[in-house]
Design a binder for this molecule. Structure first.
Ligand SMILES: [Ca+2]
Length: 273
């Protein structure tokens, strides 16, 4: 897993869509709920976070980003249209979280928690076991791209420097209104928020970002297009997942993984200019 400093994913080394998929002249915003984010000078980082979260102000041009994480149904339609083979299906590392991260043979997007697990019945949950390269391919197929990490953080927190999408207060144990996350202590799945692992996207409207984006804290981590600072071959992930504690759900927190690595706590959403 990532040897990148992290308290969050550290154990890792070191039907809506179908209507327009693949059709010519497809316009992304006809099928995806894209939210327009205006240009702004934005407070990023967190003085109380990790050393790599030094507060700064960045000018971010206007862009668009999906309101929700990409779902299993959306990813299934992409696979159907393109016959894309994911990195996990090609044999790159696919990790499953139990009491620690384990490489599991047969874990892949249709079987995210291992070969005995199936996504049928979870069509509206976020897709997992997708690498950054798989995410890039999905977004490109739809005329979009992954957000860079500054865009992602701005979309998550707005301009006022809040620590979480809804404000500065960390989510509480048993909080079923703001985010799908883990235990307050590190790194265990927790069902007191209503879902042991993933939840249908948009299940926590009380946790919406200032722009109305859902699940920017928790549910699944989200790939960005940005290289990890100081470790350029790694890609930044943001937002924390179903097994993380509130520290890792902060909008400024970043993790890094190899772009070929897949986990059952990592998904993505796409952006566009
Ligand atoms: Ca998320």
């Amino acid at each position: 897993m990532s040897r990148v400093a992290s308290r969050c994913l550290r154990p890792v080394v070191a039907a809506a869509m179908m209507l327009a998929v693949g059709s010519a002249g497809f316009a992304a915003d006809e099928a995806f709920d894209l939210v327009k984010i205006p240009a702004g000078d934005v407070a990023l980082g967190d003085a109380e976070g990790d050393a790599n979260e030094t507060p700064r102000v960045a000018h971010i041009p206007a862009f668009q980003i999906m309101r929700h994480e990409v779902t299993n149904a959306q990813f299934a339609a992409f696979i159907e249209a393109t016959k894309h083979v994911t990195d996990a299906e090609r044999g790159h590392e696919a990790y499953v979280w139990t009491d620690k991260w384990r490489v599991v043979e047969g874990a892949r997007w249709r079987h995210p928690h291992g070969p005995g697990d199936v996504v049928e019945g979870r069509e509206d949950h976020p897709v997992m076991q997708v690498s950054a390269r798989d995410a890039d391919a999905f977004c490109a197929h739809h005329g979009m791209r992954l957000p860079n990490e500054d865009e992602w953080e701005y979309a998550a927190r707005g301009r006022d420097g809040r620590r979480f999408p809804w404000g500065n207060d960390a989510p509480r144990a048993g909080d079923n209104r703001r985010a799908n996350f883990g235990t307050i202590a590190c790194c265990a799945a927790d069902a007191s928020d209503g879902h042991l692992r993933t939840a249908p996207v948009g299940s926590y409207p009380g946790g919406a970002s200032p722009f109305g984006l859902q699940d920017m804290a928790g549910n699944v981590w989200e790939w960005t297009s940005s290289p990890f600072p100081g470790r350029e071959t790694f890609r930044v992930l943001r937002g924390g997942g179903w097994g993380n504690n509130p520290y890792c759900l902060r909008t400024a927190y970043r993790h890094g993984n190899r772009p070929t690595t897949s986990l059952d706590m990592v998904g993505f959403r796409c952006a566009a200019d």
